[in-house]
Design a protein around this ligand. Structure first.
Ligand SMILES: Nc1ncnc2c1ncn2[C@@H]1O[C@H](COP(=O)(O)OP(=O)(O)OP(=O)(O)O)[C@@H](O)[C@H]1O
Ligand SMILES: [Mg+2]
Length: 493
């Protein structure tokens, strides 16, 4: 199959998102699509697969002009899309999610659960993964949900598969499994569009790279004939030399101390301290318990016990409300279910948590609120037509920026950030690092959970490494290396 998109343009209202984009993908080729947050990558693929209609341009499939009327029709014609934002029904089981679109039926026309289970188990076995098929999706990790979406699409045996940031939530092992599958698909003649902000991955798996900027395709080159520097330049229009800004603040006194926090079967004896203006990195493999520790600390999940001291005084955190009252903020890894109200505007998402500040005598001080929202959105470089548009229409990376803006606006003194730059483009990442520096400069302490080792090493004053629900070790900024972190994270000494 050979798909050529020619001169595709698209506006959402006033917002011109694509301006005459050319892009093609053919059988047996991995074509990477890169570009800043909001450049139009997901939109271009949504047009190809019939979710949106282009305003101009044409799509030519094997020599014939075609428009798929809906994602289902695209799938039926062999073009399938693994979405960036998880396309999962939280209250249905993993098994039901896998077969939602085309469930096998018995001769009587009822759902054939036995056949579903058999096919799902075969597919899992073929990939060498296990998924809790009967668990409601909402009880599964983001990685398991992502793997479900990947498996669902793979079972369709499409000829062209689009993957929109498939590895953002996967463990290293799951990522390797996916790369293995991609290799086999390629050998079998499947064409793949691979969207990712992870430069190393793109260079490892792709044959071609197209870079988009501001709604246009800037360059298309064979991967072997380009390099990371060139791609970054095409993406952001400048070269980024110093990737991580220098830390400017020396941490002060210990302000927050956790002693022996534990939760049966999940984590044990978690003890650590946090200093004023410090960035404490938390590294570890996915599934080691980092997110669980943070959720329990913040009061989202229950814990079996802990002594928590804030400025020397013992406090209790049993609910998120307790945590927020103590001045703690929590940017979660799952923005879709925990971070944002997608139907609300960008502005309301940012100002709602601190609406009290703008409500005097029940009259909201609209001007002040507007100024507050605008300054935060600008500081984070949220790319949108205005702050009135609903958060659900933003690109993935821009939604993440709104989540960060919301919590920064609450002016916490301790900010927990779980995978803060996931899905964020290289240029905007730097903005977030600068913001972290600014916050710590003003005395805010940050706990940053991250799976990107260069980020942990580049930004942290001190690093905790979590392994199987325990803190396996602590490294200072000076002694931290990738090797040392990996050794601790995998249970080595
Ligand atoms: N349904 C929609 N309604 C209105 N605007 C939209 C809609 N979908 C996308 N947009 C806008 O189109 C632009 C491009 O978004 P798109 O999701 O294609 O970016 P992207 O390149 O995939 O970015 P990211 O790397 O952050 O995922 C953004 O400005 C976004 O706000
Ligand atoms: Mg996108």
């Amino acid at each position: 199959m050979n798909i050529e998109m020619r001169g595709i343009s698209k506006s959402f209202g006033e917002n011109q998102v694509l301006l005459g984009v050319d892009f093609n993908v053919r059988s047996g080729e991995v074509h990477a699509l890169m570009g800043e947050n909001g450049a139009g990558k997901s939109t271009l693929m949504n047009i190809l697969t019939g979710l949106h209609r282009a305003d101009g341009g044409s799509i030519v499939v094997d020599g014939t002009e075609r428009v798929f009327a809906s994602p289902r029709e695209a799938e039926r014609n062999g073009v399938a899309f693994i979405h960036q934002e998880l396309n999962i029904w939280p209250n249905l089981s993993i098994l039901e999610n896998l077969f939602l679109m085309n469930p096998p039926k018995t001769a009587l026309g009822t759902l054939d659960f036995a056949a579903m289970r058999r096919r799902a188990e075969e597919a899992c076995a073929e990939l060498g993964i296990t998924l809790p098929l009967d668990a409601p999706a909402e009880e599964c990790s983001v990685g398991q949900q992502q793997m479900t979406e990947i498996l669902r699409v793979l079972m369709l045996h499409a000829q062209i598969v689009i993957m929109d940031e498939p590895t953002a939530a996967l463990t290293e092992r799951e990522t390797e499994v996916l790369f293995g599958v991609m290799k086999r698909m390629k050998a079998a003649g499947v064409g793949i569009v691979y969207i990712s902000h992870r430069m190393e991955e793109v260079f490892a798996v792709s044959d071609q790279v197209t870079v988009m900027r501001d709604g246009g395709a800037v360059s298309t080159l064979p991967t072997a004939q380009t390099d990371m520097g060139r791609v970054v330049r095409d993406m952001v229009g400048r070269s980024l030399t110093e990737y991580y800004p220098a830390r400017t603040r020396t941490p002060g006194e210990v302000i927050f101390a956790i002693h022996n926090m534990h939760s049966r079967d999940v984590f044990t004896d978690v003890s650590f301290t946090l200093r004023e203006g410090e960035i404490l990195g938390v590294a570890g493999l996915m599934g080691a318990g980092r997110t669980e520790i943070m959720r329990a600390l913040f009061g989202v999940d229950r814990k079996d016990g802990a002594q928590i001291r804030l400025h020397g005084e013992e406090i209790k955190i049993d609910t998120p409300r307790d945590a927020i009252r103590a001045g703690i903020g929590f940017i979660t890894e799952n923005r879709k279910t925990e971070g944002l109200i997608l139907d609300f505007s960008i502005g309301d998402n940012i100002s709602l948590p601190c609406i009290d500040r703008f409500a005097a005598h029940h009259i909201v001080k609209a001007k002040e609120e507007d100024a507050f929202i605008t300054s935060l959105a600008e500081r984070l470089g949220v790319k949108a037509a205005s702050t009135e548009v609903s958060a659900g229409t933003l690109s993935g990376g821009n939604q993440q920026k709104v989540v960060i803006a919301k919590w920064v606006g609450m002016q916490p003194s301790i900010l927990i950030m779980d995978e803060p730059t996931r899905g964020i483009d290289v240029g905007a990442k730097r903005d977030i690092y600068d913001l972290m520096n600014e916050l710590t400069e003003a005395g805010v302490s940050i706990i940053m959970v991250s799976s990107e080792l260069p980020e942990v090493i580049g930004m942290s004053d001190r690093i905790l490494v979590v392994h199987e629900g325990r803190i396996a070790g602590e490294l200072s900024r000076e002694e931290a290396t990738q090797e040392k972190i990996i050794t601790l994270a995998t249970g080595g000494e």
